[in-house]
Design a protein around this ligand. Structure first.
Ligand SMILES: NC(=O)c1ccc[n+]([C@@H]2O[C@H](COP(=O)([O-])OP(=O)(O)OC[C@H]3O[C@@H](n4cnc5c(N)ncnc54)[C@H](O)[C@@H]3O)[C@@H](O)[C@H]2O)c1
Ligand SMILES: [Zn+2]
Length: 348
């Protein structure tokens, strides 16, 4: 396995793009490590986890809460974890977020690493050091920014990932293509989900390419003052939709990206909404949908990215170039209220 070292403001992370879970023992001493994972991953990859001290969580966002943190801490004490212990989160974004958070508070901070096991965790959640938990209906309300010691990539873990979760991850991949990488946008246009599911080499390259995009954005702006905001493309409206309707994150972000493209058409002259909509559909994701604009706008106004009377909205100038635009709330409201749902329509 080759380690690539990426440096952030306070720490650096070793990244193994060509890794395998079977080689985890080369990175951390089994005796001084505790693995945290969830029941789905533990069941699907039991053989590779033999011999590790392990804490298995129930799967699902509803367990990304303080009660789970408390329970993990109790188990760490029982396992006699100390300052020399490394926590290894093997899982999707729920597991990596909670592992990074626990590692940051247990004994005032111990070291941790991730083996991301969902597409979303590989290209997004495990990168950037934001680790946290939800508080009631407020997602990611509590947390820290602290970088993992290592990221171990093993795309063979994706064999057991359900299709719906593949789609969720590809929403973030399309997002990266929109804001940063026009060539990757074309690569996605020339393939489809089934191709990436079948071709492990192609998928490993795609994952590494996306991880590098996110790493670079975070390196430029770890504490989200400017550049890192680009990663919120599709997420402003997306989060508001997710909050109001029973939608998966990938679906909500895809709809958010399509609408942001329409808003871009009006404000930056972006002219390729239809191309983006076609790509979103190609990966089994929805683009436009009817929703209760008043209800969703009320939630959007409360979005944490709001700065006084303006909203930082992420728009596209062209495919591969995202920009942050500060839009007065009133103007955004009138644009959203007037937005038509062109092309296909999926009703919630
Ligand atoms: N820290 C960040 O910067 C950041 C960024 C984006 C998202 N997130 C967080 O990530 C979370 C979403 O991540 P997610 O989509 O990976 O969710 P998740 O961890 O809930 O995983 C989705 C589902 O897939 C299952 N799964 C994961 N890997 C599997 C595998 N290899 N085989 C079989 N099943 C598998 C899980 O058990 C779960 O049921 C959210 O909580 C979100 O807030 C964090
Ligand atoms: Zn997202």
């Amino acid at each position: 396995m080759t380690a690539l070292k990426f440096t952030f403001s306070q720490a650096s992370t070793r990244v193994y793009f060509d890794g395998s879970l079977a080689q985890l023992a080369k990175l951390v001493d089994k005796k001084n490590a505790v693995v945290i994972t969830d029941e789905n991953i533990a069941a699907a990859h039991a053989a590779k986890l033999k011999g590790w001290k392990i804490i298995v969580l129930k799967a699902g966002e509803e367990y990304k809460v303080q009660a789970t943190v408390d329970s993990i801490i109790q188990q760490l004490i029982q396992l006699e974890a100390d300052r020399k212990t490394t926590l290894v989160g093997i899982g999707g974004g729920v597991v990596t977020d909670i592992t990074g958070y626990v590692a940051s508070v247990y004994m005032r901070g111990i070291s941790f690493g991730f083996v991301p096991s969902s597409v979303l965790a590989m290209v997004d959640a495990s990168i950037g050091g934001k680790n946290g938990i939800d508080a009631g209906v407020y997602k990611n309300m509590v947390g820290v920014i602290r970088q993992p010691n290592f990221l171990l990539y093993d795309v063979s873990l994706l064999k057991s990932l359900p299709d719906a979760e593949w789609q969720n991850g590809f929403a973030e991949i399309i997002k990266h293509a929109c804001i940063k990488d026009a060539a990757m946008f074309r690569l996605l246009e020339n393939n489809d989900l089934a191709v990436f599911q079948k071709n492990r080499r192609l998928m490993a390259d795609l994952v590494a390419r996306n991880a590098r995009i996110k790493i670079k954005v975070v390196q430029q702006d770890e504490f989200e003052k400017a550049e890192r905001r680009l990663l919120n493309y599709g997420h402003t409206l997306g989060h508001a939709l997710e909050n109001q309707y029973q939608l998966s994150h990938g679906h909500a972000v895809s709809i958010g990206m399509a609408y942001a493209a329409e808003i871009s058409r009006q404000l930056t002259g972006f002219a390729q909404t239809e191309r983006l909509v076609n790509l979103i559909h190609r990966y089994g994701l929805p683009a436009f949908t009817d929703f209760d604009k008043e209800k969703v706008f009320t939630v959007l106004k409360m979005d944490k990215k709001r700065e006084r009377k303006d909203v930082n909205y992420i728009l596209l100038e062209k495919i591969g170039r995202g920009v942050v635009k500060s839009i007065p709330l009133k103007q955004l409201e009138s644009i959203i209220y007037k937005l038509k749902t062109p092309f296909s329509q999926i009703v919630l």
